[in-house]
Ligand binder design. Structure first.
Ligand code: GLC
Length: 770
């Protein structure tokens, strides 16, 4: 695999303090990195007495021999990044050294910082600072930090150049993005080294591609996992689960998956079924399947301390648990109390934990929901068994609801590997599904993770509140995740904590119709929020939003295919088109793929707002059905969206493939396809199809259109061996009101201001007067 434009260097700013004149870097295995190719050889033809310089054709690094400062340059010599300061302090305690290592890079005036994984705040994070330390935070606010998942990666956007920077350190790290000093970006770490990767862009797309080539891409998920999902902490028995499924069906609402929270277990013990209330899991799986619905249980890593509980006995017997620094299993408290924690950093523990999935998979469980995997820990129990100190000296300390810094994972301290725990848990689950259901695509949802977590499945943004501010905040959070390699993401629809309202639920579903991962979820103490709980007109509007989601599935699935192959997010910032000032400030709108801009309503009682449209021509196409006015981009436009409308815009030359709504997904080999096209001189679009599950054949269809004078010619080309099952195909030419002169159609008619053309299922060319 060729891989240019990325440079890695390991830097130990504190080496002089530890008397390492020439520090030796041991080879490092990093679970964050999936790229296995050979590095491109670098030359050093420009070195002299003052500077050492190594370079490839696309990137070079120039090091000052005297003070060790460096700059990274493009192939033609412009500076991408420059070290302006570095430092290291060291403290000691009974378990070893703890560092405060830092490097500061120049923050060019006006440069915007995007990405950073699951972080609150605006899309452009310049002027803010963040901590990377996976944290179960209750309650969480729209400026809380840190949250559950850490990705120490940012994308620096200048008007004429985009570059990226990933600090591959799983230690507790921090970044200050020109906050304390407007001229500096400062990374700091509690480890001794800075393992930095710089991505030379030069565009936003390039950096995202380069970063995901390094840390991996999310595999194409099963189609059903892109459908609607329902959860609530409080479905206490099998009948509750069935009743909710029935509720969906009775109201004609689509549903593909339902979750079982803690209640399915005996006393919160992982890998058990409470047979009193979930007496026959296999039967339940079948009853749900008869309605087209998959079942997903929660899995928490905390293992209940209870002699006779097989999972506990085995973990203790095999010495598979995280221990205190005195070498005894560390006891904490999660939902089971007391709890111990499997040391999932170790391969053999991952395999053992993975094997525990087997019975669930055999029973027909379709996916797993890995929660509390920061790992969350409410308190340390039995303090005589632990080495916890309360003083704030950096060691023995506990930061957030988790394990202490000095807990042991083999020879490593928790401080070093904490941020990897969730990732390792998901790797274990993912590989278990590969082992026990090799013909199925794994579905493993996670709360915690690190760079590279995208390789194992989706993430959701934890315990958000049922508030307008959280609905709105979810946009920039999901944009940040998508830019950081995690395209498959979502927030609890309706909000988790607190009571939602009919209006909030409708607006949240309208936004979530475009979330890559769509799940309604709520806390057991909050009001129920299944779509029918608030009566009319809310139920009808939620149904319309869900129908829109199911109509969109061909496009969403194709976007997930592109994410799997090129790393591009599904939800993108407007800056993906052009990183102008207004786009970088647009935190309340986003692109869904290449061609659709979504401007949801994010305030109570509101039906109007304005939105910035990036340069180009756009067509207002609310609910992706009724076309309104063409709009010139590069400016703000006002919009009107009453409660039954979500405002979407289609880019000129853009194409969206839609299908018909259904009560649940079946196959991604679509029987009905509508190509919705906003015609311009050039139209281009892609549709990826396969069975929606497994690893069989596929088919790619390209639709290419060209307008010449008053005529548009559209061609369809397919490749791939998946046989077509198409029963109908339509072309919707948006903004075209004339129904004359259509060659290659079966019939056509004008609906509002669009021309709807029926084409034969084997069509290859169509000509229409525009
Ligand atoms: C955590 C999860 C939430 C779940 C609850 C009970 O708060 O984030 O989704 O419902 O635990 O298991």
């Amino acid at each position: 695999m060729s891989f240019t434009g990325v440079i890695r260097f390991r830097h130990r700013p504190g080496s002089s303090e530890t008397n390492e004149i020439h520090p030796i870097f041991e080879p490092k295995d990093s679970i964050a990195i999936s790229w296995t190719g050979e590095p491109i050889p670098m030359r050093s033809d420009h070195s002299d007495d003052e500077y050492a310089q190594v370079q490839s054709d696309s990137i070079s690094i120039k090091i000052n021999r005297r003070d060790g400062s460096w700059s990274v340059l493009t192939g033609n010599g412009s500076t991408i990044a420059r070290l302006v300061d570095q430092g290291s302090k060291i403290a000691f305690d009974h378990t070893g050294m703890i560092f405060e290592t830092s490097v500061s890079l120049e923050a060019v005036p006006g440069e915007a910082y995007l990405g950073l994984g699951e972080k609150t705040g605006p899309i452009n994070k310049r002027g803010l600072s963040f901590v990377f330390w996976n944290t179960d935070i209750v309650p969480y606010h729209i400026d809380s930090d840190p949250l559950y998942l850490s990705i120490p990666f940012f994308i620096a956007v200048r008007p004429d150049y985009v570059w990226g920077c990933f600090l591959n350190e799983s230690w507790r790290t921090e970044v200050d993005l020109a906050k304390s000093d407007p001229s500096q970006i400062r990374w700091s770490s509690s480890g001794s080294e800075m393992d930095l990767y710089l991505f030379s862009g030069p565009t936003l797309r390039d950096v995202v591609q380069q970063y995901t080539q390094l840390t991996g891409r999310t595999p194409l998920p099963p189609l059903w996992s892109l459908g609607a999902q329902q959860n609530r902490w409080g479905y206490e028995k099998a009948e509750d689960v069935l009743r909710v499924i029935q509720g969906y069906r009775n109201h004609g609402l689509p549903l593909d998956a339902i979750y079982m929270d803690l209640d399915h277990m005996v006393a919160n013990k992982a890998w058990t079924w409470n047979r009193e209330v979930f007496s026959d899991p296999e039967r339940l799986v079948k009853q749900a399947a008869a309605q087209g619905v998959k079942l997903i249980p929660i899995v928490n890593p905390g293992i209940k301390v209870e002699a006779g509980y097989a999972v506990y006995d085995e973990a203790v017997g095999k010495n598979y648990l995280v221990s205190t620094d005195r070498g005894v299993p560390l006891r904490g408290e999660v939902f089971p109390n007391p709890s111990v924690f499997p040391d999932l950093l170790r391969e053999e523990v991952q395999t053992w934990w993975g094997d525990l999935h087997k019975n669930f998979i055999t029973a027909g469980i379709a996916g797993f929901w890995n929660d509390m995997n920061e790992p969350s820990n409410f308190s340390i129990s039995g303090s005589k068994h632990s080495a916890i100190k309360t003083e704030d000296d950096g060691l023995g300390k506990i930061e957030g609801r988790t394990l202490p810094y000095d807990a042991r994972h083999g020879k490593k301290r928790h401080l070093e590997v904490h941020n990897l725990y969730g990732l390792c848990m998901c790797k274990s689950s993912f590989e278990a599904v590969q082992r026990f259901a090799p013909d199925k695509r794994p579905f493993v949802l996670t709360r915690a993770g690190f760079a590279g977590s995208q390789r194992y499945g989706p993430v959701w943004t934890g315990d958000v509140s049922s508030s307008w501010s959280h609905l709105s905040a979810s946009i920039s959070m999901l944009v940040g995740l998508g830019l950081s390699g995690m395209p498959f993401c979502g927030a609890d629809v309706g909000g988790f904590h607190g009571d939602t309202t009919g209006e909030l639920l409708v607006r949240w579903y309208q936004l979530a119709a475009f979330y890559p991962f769509l799940r309604n979820h709520s806390h057991k103490m909050s009001v129920r929020q299944e779509p029918w709980q608030f009566g009319e007109p809310f139920l009808t509007y939620v149904k319309e939003a869900l129908d829109l989601r199911y109509r969109l599935l061909p496009t969403l699935y194709t976007l997930m295919f592109e994410a799997a192959n090129a790393g591009h997010p599904v939800i993108r910032p407007l800056a993906y088109i052009k990183a102008d000032e207004e786009s970088l400030l647009s935190d309340d709108a986003f692109l869904f793929g290449e061609n659709v801009l979504v401007a949801p309503i994010t305030h109570a009682n509101a039906s109007r707002r304005s939105v910035y449209l990036p340069p180009g021509e756009w067509l207002e196409y609310p609910n992706l059905s009724e076309c309104l006015l063409p709009r010139e981009g590069g400016q703000f436009v006002a919009l009107e969206a009453s409660l039954n409308r979500v405002m979407t815009y289609v880019r000129s030359g853009g194409l969206v493939a839609l299908t018909r709504s259904a009560s649940h997904t079946t196959t991604a080999n679509w029987q009905h396809i509508e190509w919705h096209i906003n015609p311009s001189s050039r139209v281009e679009g892609l549709l990826y199809e396969d069975e929606g599950e497994g690893f069989g054949e596929h088919r790619i269809t390209r639709v290419i259109g060209e307008s010449r004078r008053d005529q548009i010619v559209i061609r369809r080309v397919t490749e791939g061996s998946l046989p077509s099952v198409r029963e109908s195909e339509q072309i919707h030419l948006l903004g075209v009101e004339r129904a004359s002169a259509v060659e290659g159609s079966i019939s056509h008619h004008v609906r509002g201001n669009k021309l709807v053309i029926e084409v034969p299922v084997d069509w290859s060319e169509l000509k229409a007067a525009t």
